[in-house]
Design a protein around this ligand. Structure first.
Ligand SMILES: [Fe+2]
Ligand SMILES: [Fe+2]
Length: 202
């Protein structure tokens, strides 16, 4: 069994990241680290938004408050790597992948359904980040960077689990699982679509 199969089994992702994404020789480290830094920034920002929006849900606030610190810590670690190499944090690029996930979120429905989708979208992003960091840690020749990404991979795997667990804290497990299966299917379509368009995703 190869490692991508492992990831698929662990996270339920149906497609691995397009291997071209890890054709790292063609992508500058500055671009990889810049994209990565903004992923961490968005993760921290979204956790803050969830806390603001669902302040009445004690367990959620308690669980996500330290994640904000952790994600912002990740941002700082990435920034440190950029600066160490004399590289600069570039501009944030349009994130087609995340935009497509946002489109899938229920806009109508009950507040509970919207709450569930908010958590599952975060679980999805964490799962895919985990898989991408795994790719990076396996695809980078630099042993230091490989280790650097392995640490992130482990951390994001923990976050994926946390978002699913939070959903199951507030909603019936069966409902969470059924909707999660829909998210996984939809994400597969997004990945295929992005691959056809030849967009580099991150
Ligand atoms: Fe992170
Ligand atoms: Fe995370």
């Amino acid at each position: 069994m190869n490692l991508s199969q492992d990831t698929k089994n662990i996270l339920g992702l149906q497609l691995p990241t397009d291997p071209r994404w890890v054709n790292l020789a063609e992508i500058s480290l500055e671009a990889i680290l810049t994209d990565h830094a903004y992923c961490e920034q968005k993760a921290a920002t979204t956790c803050i938004t969830l806390i603001q929006r669902y302040s009445d849900r004690e367990q959620l606030v308690k669980s996500l408050a330290p994640i904000v610190t952790e994600e912002w810590g990740h941002f700082r670690l990435v920034l440190q790597e950029l600066h160490k190499r004399g590289l600069k944090l570039g501009k944030q690029r349009k994130d087609l992948y995340v935009n497509k996930l946002i489109e899938f979120q229920q806009k109508g429905g009950s507040p509970e359904d919207r709450f569930l989708d908010h958590l599952l979208m975060m679980a999805m992003i964490e799962a895919r980040s985990c898989e991408r960091f795994k790719r990076l840690s396996e695809g980078l020749n630099d042993a230091y960077m490989a280790k650097f990404y392995r640490r992130f991979m482990e951390s994001e795997a923990g976050h994926y689990t946390l978002f699913i667990e939070l959903a199951e804290t507030y909603l019936p497990k069966q409902k969470v699982r059924a909707r999660w299966a829909e998210w996984l299917n939809h994400e597969t379509e997004i990945m295929q679509d992005l691959e056809v368009r030849g967009d580099r995703i991150h």
